[in-house]
Design a protein around this ligand. Structure first.
Ligand code: FES
Length: 242
């Protein structure tokens, strides 16, 4: 009996409300920080362009922060993400708080009525997010070039980590998995079936950890922006590795 107890230590018991409270605090903090960063109107310290400002878009005659032209794409992508939907339905609305609990409302329209019907646009946000991600890879390549020479500073590594995490989040998307092969009943019967099967095999293990990619990339993109702002204001230097 003593051996079994040693082999299986008791699981750590945390209060049930800790997870929803942490979700509300972290997501709300991220949204508030993003709004603040977008209101600053700029986010660049050579060679680093903040991911909140990429691609850099300006429209003549409309003097608003360039971030507003971009952020609605990744913002919409995250807001309509299947994982985040579960997270904020449970944490913000307690609707329902968990699988075994009844609906909090007498009448439940699901995602067939405004505003949650907008969540059905997720796959279109995915297309936009892939375009934005391509620019972020370009910015990451630029983050390794200093006065025309290739090098690696702390900012370069932070940008690389961020774009890898964002790629894992984007290409582990349930909609992306559906597009590459998840929508097929018979992969070998489909045109390009071999390639689609290969893609599906790559995407599936990433998709299985989608929540982890979602949270990790949420932090990494914030850290990348904070790092650029600290450089802009001269609060920190940018240590060089190579
Ligand atoms: S399901 Fe989460 S990004 Fe698509």
């Amino acid at each position: 009996m003593a051996e079994r107890t040693a082999a299986h230590p008791p699981a750590l018991s945390l209060p049930w409300w800790l997870q929803p409270v942490a979700t509300v605090v972290i997501l709300s903090g991220f949204v508030l920080y993003t709004l603040w960063a977008a209101l600053q109107g700029h986010g660049y310290s050579a060679p680093y362009l903040s991911p909140f400002y990429s691609p850099p878009v300006t429209v003549a005659g409309i003097p608003i922060s360039p971030a507003w032209w971009v952020l609605w794409v990744p913002g919409g992508f995250r807001a309509t993400c299947y994982y985040y939907r579960k997270a904020y339905y449970r944490s913000y609305f307690q609707d329902p708080i968990a699988c075994s609990h009844p609906e909090a409302r007498a009448r439940y329209a699901g995602e067939t009525a405004f505003p949650f019907i907008l969540n059905n646009l997720h796959r279109f946000f995915l297309y936009g997010a892939i375009v934005v991600l391509a620019f972020l890879w370009r910015d990451t390549a630029a983050a390794f070039v200093f006065d025309g020479r290739v090098g690696a500073h702390l900012g370069s590594l932070l940008f690389l980590i961020n774009v890898v995490l964002l790629s894992g989040y984007t290409f582990g998307c349930h909609s992306f998995r559906h597009i590459v092969g998840g929508n097929l009943d018979c992969i070998s019967c489909a045109r390009g079936g071999r390639l689609r099967h290969r893609l599906w095999q790559w995407v599936t293990p990433v998709n299985q950890h989608h929540a982890l990619w979602a949270w990790a990339s949420l932090f990494s993109v914030s850290i990348a922006d904070i790092y650029v702002r600290l450089l802009m204001t001269g609060v920190i230097a940018d240590p060089r590795f190579l």
